[in-house]
Design a protein around this ligand. Structure first.
Ligand code: SF4
Length: 371
């Protein structure tokens, strides 16, 4: 997550001849994907901070490559999800990891801190003889409002000629206190990098990550369902197959078995509650509240994955013909969840349409855009 990491990642990819396809499916990069999944999982599941320890052996070239590329893999999955909650959680997880690691890094701390701050001074504390760090007041003033606690108010900090003393406090030494300040810059940097990447990301590129995206957003939905109502997808994002199943049932038209199972499982993927999903069936010609509730809970408990496009077409549940919907005509459109993500991406990118083109982050061009 260091600004210098962008260049490093680029060289790791080119020196090892790795393309984005390799990152997604090459068998020899399975450890990278596993580590990326783990980092992502930690960010989503651990609200109170992540474990900075890694099981990867960083003393070897392979270990260092795995750790670097796992970060890139996790970042690409987050960006391809176009899910603001996932983005926020991942950034929080990685920024917390940075906070912990920076605070422990006695050898490289100066270099790390000056990558994020406009300067850094160190002095020996007169009382304890411990190192005390001083940061420029301009950096402190910009970052401190985002941190709660009396320590972070300028009036409570020793000041000298435009420098603010980050003395030890609350069980943390001066380096750890300064790292807490750096965490805010890491957060800012990751947010900016991800948003730039998301603006450049094409449908085709995002679709390459559909499998890990669905896995992690599914977990996130379960994790946060108690915290906030999940209706990330607005109705305009719905694919025609889901929209038609909902409206047909609403108009009392009989929808076949595949259509009904698809409706319930897709509604679950959207994060709707069981009650919301049951309500879709209330207009069915054979509606029975008890049976519907039983069948819907079965879909939720077994965590059914929605049918793909091929299966829906075979079962006459795909309502579009060539030319009806530009997204459905795409070669990569193999699953209604991909349709949903593509629509969410368009909504995300809508305010910045004047920016870079959607196609600029083309398949295979990851090495040019690494962070
Ligand atoms: S092509 Fe796929 S996403 Fe589009 S309507 Fe048909 S089944 Fe749904």
């Amino acid at each position: 997550m260091l600004p210098q990491g962008r260049e490093h990642m680029r060289s790791v990819l080119s020196e090892n001849g790795i393309t984005v396809e390799d990152l997604i499916e090459a068998p020899w990069l399975e450890d990278v994907r596993n580590r990326g999944r783990l980092r992502l999982l930690e960010s989503v599941m651990h609200r109170d901070g992540v474990d900075a320890a890694t099981v990867v052996d960083l003393s070897t070239d392979l270990g260092r490559m795995t750790e670097s590329l796992s970060f890139l893999h996790a970042m690409l999955v987050v960006c391809a999800s176009f899910d603001e909650r996932l983005l926020a959680r991942w950034i929080e997880g990685e920024a917390s990891r940075a906070d912990q690691l920076f605070g422990m890094d006695t050898d490289n701390f100066d270099k790390i801190a000056t990558s994020y701050l406009s300067g850094l001074k160190e002095e020996q504390s007169s009382g304890t003889r411990e190192i005390e760090y001083w940061v420029p007041m301009s950096d402190f003033i910009e970052l401190c409002p985002r941190i709660s606690g009396n320590y972070w108010r300028l009036a409570n900090r020793p000041l000298r000629e435009g420098w603010v003393c980050m003395n030890a406090s609350s069980g943390e030494d001066s380096r750890q206190r300064t790292s807490r300040l750096l965490k805010e810059r890491v957060r800012e940097y990751l947010d900016k990098s991800c948003r730039e990447r998301m603006e450049r990301m094409s449908d085709e590129f995002a679709a390459l990550f559909s499998e890990p995206v669905e896995r992690i957003t599914g977990l996130l939905s379960e994790r946060v369902s108690a915290e906030l109502p999940m209706s990330a997808a607005v109705r305009e994002d719905w694919p025609p197959c889901f929209e038609s199943a909902v409206s047909e049932l609403n108009q009392g038209v009989n929808v076949n078995h595949v259509g009904r199972v698809f409706l319930a499982s897709f509604s679950r993927s959207l994060g709707h509650s069981q009650e919301q999903t049951c309500a879709f069936f209330s207009g069915a010609p054979d509606y029975n509240a008890e049976t519907t509730s039983y069948q819907v809970s079965h879909v939720y408990e077994r965590e059914y994955t929605p049918h793909g496009c091929a299966s829906l077409k075979t079962s006459a549940r795909c309502p579009v013909n060539i030319g009806d919907d530009r997204l459905c005509d795409q070669e990569w459109m193999t699953h209604p969840l991909k349709y949903l993500r593509a629509k969410q991406r368009r909504r995300f990118q809508a305010p910045t349409e004047a920016g870079p083109t959607q196609e600029s982050e083309a398949k295979g061009s990851v090495s040019g855009n690494s962070s």
